[in-house]
Design a protein around this ligand. Structure first.
Ligand code: SF4
Length: 302
């Protein structure tokens, strides 16, 4: 007797079930709060039962292969599981600006973005709603969604959860923020950030590989990593870039950002209460050269 492999829709149904199970007594992310999300409890991220959305629109400010010429169909989710003290989007991630939507409504946000020409659906801060988002994508795919799905995350992810997104996400676009236990603890109460995020990025790369662009330079599939250089922490930037080059792939597209400014509670931390210095960013760019990370982008400093 030949055993038939399971059909793709059966695989997806099984994965959705497991994602919902992980949300019910929530262990979706490395915080593993065990909040009973469907019974009104919230964990560290403050997310409840329904996904909350702050905005859904075409966005032109992402990296060139993501925004392209027609924009990235960006859906910005409320709340966050990492909650950095310097968050540049704190009204959405910390203060909860946004409104709850059903899974059906979320799926119905995607097709109009595609109809307006979006190159992709860009899910910003999706981690705490992974189950509902994956469900919405499956519904939207059935109704004709064909553009790639971008998973735009802080990087603080569980490998177990990411494995359930295999075949659903096309492009992973994680940040990698800190490289020491002390910094993760001080700025995000996540001393395990670097340990956990390294494993998460390796899993993302295993699923989708290096970033692949089409003939117009638009991303179709793969991994694109962002790193915001923090004031006084350039040595951590070096360790992060070394990890990317030596343990993921020297062909990784890296977006090295200089745009840090003190936001939210940053002024409470003397080391965070200034902008990045030009010489710090130049040093960081030197690390890109040192590790031969030739693909990606840097920013101009004013
Ligand atoms: S997603 Fe939210 S509730 Fe669930 S484990 Fe993470 S922080 Fe806790």
């Amino acid at each position: 007797m030949t055993i038939q492999p399971p059909h793709a829709t059966e695989i997806q149904a099984g994965r959705l079930k497991r994602l919902y199970r992980l949300t019910r007594i929530c262990e979706l992310c490395p915080r593993r709060c065990r909040a009973r999300r469907f019974q009104g409890e919230t964990g560290i991220c403050e997310a409840g039962k329904l996904p909350e959305v702050s905005s859904h629109t075409l966005h032109f400010g992402e990296e060139p292969p993501i925004s392209g010429t027609r924009g990235s169909g960006t859906i910005f989710f409320t709340h966050c599981n990492l909650r950095c003290v310097f968050c540049q989007n704190y009204p959405i991630s910390h203060l909860g600006h946004g409104a709850p939507v059903t899974v059906k409504t979320l799926s119905e946000m995607m097709l109009p973005l595609q109809a307006r020409g979006a190159h992709n659906i860009n899910l910003v801060t999706p981690t705490h709603y992974t189950a509902q988002i994956a469900h919405a994508i499956v519904l939207a795919r059935r109704k004709g969604l064909t553009i790639p799905i971008v998973y735009n995350t802080s990087g603080y992810e569980r490998v177990e959860t990411l494995k359930l997104l295999e075949g659903i996400v096309d492009i992973y676009m994680p940040d990698i923020k800190f490289a020491t236990r002390e910094t993760g603890k001080r700025y995000a109460r996540a001393s395990d950030y670097f340990t956990v995020t390294r494993l998460a990025l390796l899993e993302m790369h295993r699923q989708v590989g290096d970033l692949k662009l089409d003939e117009e330079g638009i991303a179709r599939r793969g991994l694109l990593i962002r790193h915001l250089v923090l004031p006084g922490r350039v040595s951590e930037t070096r360790e992060i870039l070394r990890f990317i080059a030596e343990e993921i792939s020297p062909r990784t597209y890296v977006s090295l950002m200089s745009q840090y400014f003190p936001a939210y509670r940053a002024s409470e931390f003397p080391d965070l209460s200034r902008r990045l210095r030009r010489e710090e960013y130049e040093t960081a760019k030197g690390f890109l050269r040192e590790f031969h990370l030739d693909f990606g982008w840097t920013q101009e400093m004013n």
